[in-house]
Design a binder for this molecule. Structure first.
Ligand code: ATP
Ligand code: MG
Length: 159
């Protein structure tokens, strides 16, 4: 499906705008100019973005900030990052965070709702599309998830 990256990120932010406004969480979107129209499995990538943004909101306190960025890497990959300045993840949990049903600290997670499947599904989808996911986090500072996809250039859109 032909997609404009900026619109894709604006639309994910829109889907969560009510939740974010209620908690005074702000969002910024930054898309490199060189990225325009791409071919992408839009439904699946939206599912990935929804998972990552919902986590960023859930695990960030009121008045926090989320940033969504997209760029093209030197090696011609589409790179999308979802970053928050929320509670972060302890080092000891980082290696298990993509496991199905794995959740940090059952007490904090239970009150948030969810099953612990979001990240594992997101990674499955990204890998199925030939990409990779990386999660970096610092407890008390925030979390940054970066995923890449082979750059799905839309040849037909080139005029
Ligand atoms: P679900 O996604 O199924 O609703 P979930 O959000 O708990 O539930 P995952 O998305 O798989 O599950 O995330 C696994 C765990 O990783 C979470 O329970 C949470 O502890 C931690 N986590 C994920 N994203 C973040 C984040 N942005 N900041 C802090 N912790 C996070
Ligand atoms: Mg989740």
């Amino acid at each position: 499906e032909s997609t404009i990256v900026m619109e894709m990120l604006e639309e994910v932010a829109d889907r969560f705008s009510f939740q974010m406004e209620q908690r005074a969480i702000t969002v910024t979107i930054d898309v490199a100019k060189s990225l325009k129209e791409i071919m992408i499995d839009r439904d699946r990538i939206d599912q990935v973005l929804d998972n990552l943004v919902s986590n960023a909101i859930k695990y960030t306190s009121d008045e926090g900030h989320i940033s969504l960025c997209a760029r093209l890497t030197d090696t011609e990959l589409l790179e999308i990052t979802v970053q928050d300045n929320g509670i972060g993840i302890p080092k000891k949990d980082l290696s298990r965070i993509f496991e199905r049903f794995y959740r940090v600290d059952k007490a904090r997670s239970r009150s948030m709702g969810g099953t612990g499947l979001g990240l594992s599904i997101a990674r499955e989808i990204v890998r199925a599309h030939g990409g990779t996911v990386l999660l970096e986090s610092e407890l008390g500072k925030g979390t940054k998830v970066t995923f890449t996809l082979p750059y799905p250039r839309n040849e037909e859109a080139v005029v």
